[in-house]
Design a protein around this ligand. Structure first.
Ligand code: GAR
Length: 223
């Protein structure tokens, strides 16, 4: 993706708490992230993410899946609402619904997701419990391009968090969440600067292919 002509326009999809959305809102408001959030879209009318958006003056849209005959019909309507906002990037930040193949394929390289695991490990739900059950010594979060495969698209960047002996799923989730907020903001910063591109399945940073995901360091930059 080349640097957008104006500030990177982001549409955010969120189903719940919206703390990742809030991290973006805060970075934009602080002037440390050269982007604008053009809309927040949700499948859950009670999502706290919607309140966060409204507090920040961001337009919100809610669509109720149960009122559509099929998932495809819901998705079509969702993107009919999103597309007029002309986002450069559509970001799933705690959006807990699968997006159909047709909508994903038409937006390759513009649709991203943040997932709370070191992909390809622990796809799907309850990732923190999955990591503990597997005896993992490390856990974390990943930002990836969305493809039709669940949590399966090319991974741009990750943050690693050690698993502690006394961790349960909640304590681990809390420590990962703090770091995933930073991971998300730093990854969006690369997008806003036009430094990332997806060619086929190959991610390029500043034009050079990256063979492994970028890793967020303790200094909050990438190695
Ligand atoms: C985050 O941990 C995000 O990575 C995860 O849901 C949480 C949403 O938190 N996403 C997924 O599990 C998607 N498969 P938030 O609503 O506070 O940003």
């Amino acid at each position: 993706m080349t640097r957008p002509a104006s500030r990177l326009a982001i549409a955010v999809l969120a189903s719940g708490r919206g703390s990742n959305l809030q991290a973006l809102i805060n970075a934009v408001a602080a002037g440390t992230l050269d982007a604008r959030i053009v809309g927040v879209f949700s499948d859950k009318p009670g999502a706290i993410a919607l309140e966060r958006a409204q507090d920040a003056g961001i337009p919100t849209t809610v669509l109720l899946p149960a009122t559509y005959a099929t998932r495809a019909a819901f998705d079509a309507q969702l993107f009919e609402a999103i597309d007029p906002c002309t986002p450069d990037v559509i970001l799933c930040a705690g959006y807990m619904r699968l997006i159909g193949k047709r909508e994903v394929q038409g937006r390759r390289g513009r649709l991203l997701n943040i997932h709370p695991s070191l992909l390809p490990a622990f796809k799907g739900l309850r990732t923190h419990a999955q990591a503990l059950a597997a005896g993992a010594s490390e856990h974390g979060a990943s930002v990836h391009y969305v493809t039709p495969d669940l949590d399966g698209g090319p991974v741009i960047a990750q943050v690693r968090v050690p698993v502690l002996a006394q961790d349960d799923a909640d304590t681990l989730a809390r420590r990962v969440l703090v770091r995933e907020h930073i991971l998300l903001v730093e990854t969006v910063r690369l997008l806003a600067a036009g430094r990332l591109a997806l060619n086929g399945d190959v991610i390029r940073l500043d034009g050079a292919a990256i063979s492994t995901p970028l890793q967020l360091t303790a200094n909050n930059d990438f190695s």
